[in-house]
Design a protein around this ligand. Structure first.
Ligand code: IMP
Length: 184
């Protein structure tokens, strides 16, 4: 989103390298937002943000979708403070919305192993939505072990840990407006 604040100089460590700028993120969201509007014409989809990482992407993306829609959030855990998926996923905050017979778009920050998306696909399908789609801002295709179809992908990134714009480094740095790679 447009801002006139500072550029977070105080909290960007020297080993962070810029990967995707705020401008690139906003352009991509506009594209995805328009596509979603086309794809769900005449409907009122429910967008489900996966906490914590997707909170910014969901908040900004919906401002690019010119149609009536609902939002909800789900929180799942798998990573703790590690950079590798444990594969043991728990629901920490369930959905509030009734998604039966509704068009649902799950909004993720990043798909890495794909285990979280696979878990969500199985869990949400059980509620019998009319349609279940997946949008992710980032995708690491070289790491993904599952074959879930991603309907909307912002950027494909290489297998490096990325931070900023909702993505954390040990729970910090989610407030950075750009996305960075951490140099080893
Ligand atoms: P997956 O289950 O391995 O696909 O991982 C999905 C979740 O892991 C994402 O929603 C993120 O919360 C987290 N994650 C994976 N890779 C990164 C990264 O590079 N930076 C920050 N979080 C990540």
């Amino acid at each position: 989103m447009v801002h006139d604040g500072n550029d977070h100089r105080e909290i960007i460590p020297v080993n962070y390298t810029l990967l995707i700028s705020e401008l690139q993120i906003n352009r991509k969201m506009k594209e995805i937002g328009e596509k979603i509007r086309e794809d769900f014409k005449g409907e009122k989809p429910i967008l489900i943000g996966v906490l914590n990482g997707a909170f910014l992407f969901l908040a900004d993306l919906i401002r690019y979708i010119d149609m009536d829609l609902e939002i909800d959030f789900i929180r799942i855990s798998s990573y703790g403070n590690d950079h590798e998926s444990s594969g043991h996923i728990k629901v920490l905050k369930p959905l509030n919305a009734d998604i039966k017979d509704r068009s649902v778009i799950v909004i993720e920050d990043i798909v890495d192993s794909g285990l979280s998306i696979q878990f969500l696909e199985r869990m949400l399908s059980a509620f019998r939505p009319k349609k279940l789609s997946f949008a992710t801002l980032l995708h690491k295709p070289s790491k993904t072990k599952t074959d879930i179809t991603l309907d909307y992908v912002g950027f494909e990134v290489e297998d490096k840990y990325v931070v900023g714009y909702g993505l954390d480094d040990q729970q910090l740095k989610r407030n950075l407006r750009n996305i960075y790679i951490i140099k080893p």
